[in-house]
Each structure stands twice: as C-alpha cells, then as structure tokens.
Design a binder for this molecule. Structure first.
Ligand code: ZN
Length: 140
C-alpha cells in the first residue's frame, strides 16, 4: 500500500472565508500516484473546517449569515466562556464544530470520485494568520 502526505498552507486575509481547495487536493492525488484508495483532508487547527459542498457564492454567503446567527463574533468574555482565557475566538470554535473537521473522498482510477457538484472547501473562522491543511492519501 502506498501512503502520501502533503501540507497545504493558507493565509486568509478575512476572519471568515471559504476557499475552494479541490485543485490542490487533486494535485496531491496525482503526485501520490495512487489509483485506487482514499484521501483524507483536514485542517490542523480547531478554528477551521474542511467540508464538501457546491461552489456557489449565494450558498456560501448563506452559510456565513447562518453561522454568524448561530455563533456571533463577540470577543467579550460574557457570551463565550472560552474568551475568559484571554482568547477572542470562542465563536470560531463553534463555527468549526458546525461545519465539521474533515472530509474523506474515494480515489478511483487516479481521480477524486465526486458527486456532480461536489467540491472541497477550506472554511476559515479565525483568519489573518497562516494555517495548515493536511492531505493524507492511502491506497494502491
Ligand atoms: Zn480559542
């Protein structure tokens, strides 16, 4: 069995943003040489997500509005106990929890085996600093 590991580094200038990373993941699959297997993609941070959905800007704005309603940005120590530690990102931990940690995609004949509209996104909820995304591929 082959195994391949790659780190994608992102530095998102906004506090919250979604970035399509499908091409970087497909590049890693090509580099790995794996024809039949699985790829795992996850952020190496607890205030970011990796998820699969449609690359449609209206949907992404809907997500942002929805997440902001569920877990509004509020650096004060009153709304989020987490911010009593001196941090200001209590909201970002909640947003990441809703949007999920990782995705696993099948690799078939050397390609990502997606449904019709599926794309892989990095979801940033506490941006303006460098973040890493792990791509781990196993298979034959
Ligand atoms: Zn925190």
């Amino acid at each position: 069995m082959k195994s391949f590991r790659k780190i994608i580094t992102l530095n998102i200038p906004a506090r919250m943003e979604f970035v399509n990373i499908t091409r970087q993941v497909a590049d890693a699959v090509r580099e790995s040489g794996v024809q039949e297997g699985l790829v795992l993609v996850n952020p190496m941070h607890i205030t970011a997500s990796v998820f699969i959905n449609d690359d449609e800007s209206g949907l992404h704005q809907d997500y942002k509005d929805w997440l902001e309603k569920l877990a509004p940005f509020d650096p004060s120590p009153t709304r989020y106990r987490h911010n009593r530690t001196g941090e200001d990102n209590g909201d970002a931990h909640h947003k990441r929890q809703i949007m999920g940690r990782e995705v696993v995609v099948a690799i078939t004949e050397g390609k990502l085996d997606f449904g019709t509209w599926e794309q892989i996104f990095y979801g940033e909820f506490d941006g303006k600093r460098s973040k890493r995304v792990l791509v781990k591929i196993i298979g034959e």
